[in-house]
Design a protein. Structure first.
Length: 61
């Protein structure tokens, strides 16, 4: 429970507006799916990579 509160507090500091919803949503979906499918803490890396890629592609235009 403590780690969830810390994570939410960190997210609040990074919030820049509605444009952040898609990368954050993709990161969350990938992290939750990979947490259920893969052993260990791979969900952290995979969620971060997915969100970063989506955010980068959105800003590439």
């Amino acid at each position: 429970m403590f780690s969830t509160a810390v994570f939410v507090a960190l997210l609040a500091g990074f919030w820049k507006g509605k444009g952040d919803l898609l990368p954050w949503g993709i990161a969350a979906v990938v992290a939750v799916a990979s947490a259920h499918l893969l052993p260990g803490k791979w969900y952290i890396l995979l969620g971060a990579l997915a969100g970063s890629i989506v955010g980068g592609l959105r800003n590439a235009d």
